[in-house]
Design a protein around this ligand. Structure first.
Ligand code: UFG
Length: 337
């Protein structure tokens, strides 16, 4: 079964390509390398022992996308990772985020329809919940105003898919996966996260600090209403997250979905504070981390973590990797860079 993976050279995409192939699927990658590196392809090949077909195109380029579907006539489904993902940058360049994230989905849906491809797994985010009233969040937790244009693009894409799927002649079947915070790297350390420039995200900042590339980590606030005052997030190992895509694809292909659009939280079900992550990293790496407490980062949600019950009961999906092991894999990867 051939699965088109947009953004397949990116952080989560590259891990999903590996898991898909190892589960017996034939992944085909689309990537424009705007926020990914060629080296990810070499890493994938080193793990799998074969090269995965790649089309170097922008997913929002309709003619180019059509040519991929024409060249690959038997695509069974699409996993759409390709998107911009930096929260802060989205505040600076909102138009680029709407054009890229919403535009590429619109283009993809039109081309999928034209070629009769009916199965889609979409990369959504826990950011759609905004600042939730109660924790943990379930899939039924109401979405709140997003704290950034990036978050808004994910809400818009979800809405767009629901509207398209409500049409009387709809044939699209979609699983929306709402990711919590992906961290870590493949156990082989041949693929992992490759942040461009100074990392925005916590774990690459931590590993770069431990590697001596950054002087210290600044923790963005310790005066939140959380156990130790720092933000709470649900950190999921990227390989666990990648496996959720394989399960979702299988469910779509088996026509087991109960409705045209199904939504699943993909997290561990546990929240950890930033300080707990720092401590877990120190345990995983055997090193002390240089950090200090700074001011709050605008737009940060005080606390969010998943209720992972639905994914477990309906998809049979459960995360396997502990926080310490996830951080150990991130550290192992960092040391190869
Ligand atoms: N943090 C620090 N110092 C840093 C970086 C992060 O203290 O240098 C803290 C943040 O304040 C936050 C936690 O670490 O409490 C995690 O921050 P990340 O930036 O790693 O991730 P976010 O929780 O902010 O997640 C957001 C969106 C996701 C999106 C993700 C990727 O909510 O949807 O960024 O950019 F996928």
């Amino acid at each position: 079964m051939k699965i088109l993976v947009t953004g397949g050279a990116g952080y989560i995409g590259s891990h999903a390509v590996v898991e898909l192939h190892q589960a017996g699927y034939q992944p085909v990658i689309i990537d424009d390398f705007s926020n990914s590196e060629e080296s990810a392809l070499a890493g994938i090949e080193a793990i799998l022992g074969v090269a995965v077909p790649l089309y170097r195109i922008d997913c929002a380029d309709e003619a180019a996308l059509r040519s991929v579907f024409a060249a690959e006539p038997d695509i069974a489904g699409v996993i759409h990772f390709a998107a911009f993902k930096a929260v802060g940058e989205s505040v600076q360049k909102p138009l680029a985020y709407f054009q890229n994230n919403v535009g590429s989905l619109l283009t993809l849906l039109a081309v999928m329809k034209e070629f009769g491809v009916e199965n889609l797994v979409f990369s959504s985010s826990c950011t759609v919940y905004g600042i939730p009233d109660a924790l943990p969040v379930t899939e039924a937790t109401p979405t709140k105003p997003a704290s950034s244009p990036y978050g808004r693009t994910k809400q818009m894409c979800e809405d767009l898919i629901r509207d398209v799927s409500a049409a009387p002649d709809n044939t699209l079947h979609t699983i929306l996966l709402r990711y919590f915070n992906p961290i870590g790297a493949h156990a082989s350390a041949k693929i992992g996260e490759l942040p461009l420039g100074v990392p925005n995200n916590l774990v690459p900042f931590i590993t770069q600090t431990a590697a001596g590339m950054r002087e210290k980590l600044t923790i963005y606030g310790n005066d939140y209403d959380t156990p130790d005052g720092t933000n709470v997030r649900d950190y999921i190992h990227v390989v666990d997250l990648a496996k959720a895509h394989v399960v979702a694809v299988q469910r779509l292909l088996d026509r087991k979905a109960s409705e045209p659009v199904e939504t699943f939280n993909v997290g561990t079900g546990h929240g950890n504070t930033v300080l707990e992550v720092v401590q877990a990293f120190e345990q995983a790496s055997g090193q002390k981390l240089n950090y200090s407490i700074g001011p709050r980062r605008p737009g940060d949600v005080p606390a969010i973590y998943a209720d992972a019950t639905k994914a477990e009961q309906v998809l049979g999906f459960k995360t396997e990797t502990s926080l310490v092991d996830s951080l150990a894999s991130a550290w192992k990867w960092q040391q190869t860079l």
